[in-house]
Design a protein around this ligand. Structure first.
Ligand code: FE2
Ligand code: FE2
Length: 170
């Protein structure tokens, strides 16, 4: 699938609207958001492979995941979703994405009150991992292509600057 998409991208050279999904993550806000999705996914995979006797390692990774997910979601909402929700054709998807941000927030809160060395903690963490993965997949495969239709390249660059500034990364 990836190869087919790459070939299609090199043929189309980022032109057609229907290639929105394939060209996602190549510039501006799409690139930054995708990069952060990949980073948090890597952290979650590392945590998922820890053992119950590695409580310190789990605490350390969970703190990082919690910080990254919280900041990413809040700023993504304030910068990217806020702009997109002004466009009727994306509004519904943004409402759905915001509900998922709430679910992620609730799971993070629940996890932070539980015993990190218990299997029940890991089960809930795996639920969080799955929820985040599902959310990220929808964001990149459904929201990004719609965003590319309603936002110009300049908009995407401006939103990226705003996102990075709020993230303290500009
Ligand atoms: Fe995101
Ligand atoms: Fe999101």
């Amino acid at each position: 699938m990836a190869n087919r998409v790459d070939k299609a991208v090199s043929t189309v050279k980022g032109g057609a609207k229907q290639m929105g999904q394939a060209v996602r993550g190549r510039f501006g806000i799409y690139s930054t958001l995708s990069k952060e999705h990949g980073q948090v996914s890597g952290l979650m995979t590392r945590l998922a492979s820890t053992d119950s006797d590695e409580a310190d390692r789990r605490e350390e990774l969970f703190a990082e995941i919690q910080d990254e997910l919280t900041a990413h979601s809040e700023i993504e909402d304030a910068v990217f979703y806020a702009e997109l929700s002004r466009h009727a054709q994306v509004k519904e998807k943004i409402g759905h994405a915001r509900t998922e941000h709430e679910e992620i927030k609730t799971l993070l809160e629940e996890l932070s009150t539980m015993d990190i060395s218990h299997q029940s903690w890991m089960n809930k963490f795996l639920k969080l991992k799955e929820t985040v993965q599902h959310h990220v997949d929808e964001e990149e495969s459904e929201i990004f292509p719609l965003a590319e239709e309603v936002l110009s390249r300049k908009d995407a660059e401006r939103l990226d600057e705003e996102f990075l500034a709020r993230r303290g990364r500009s």
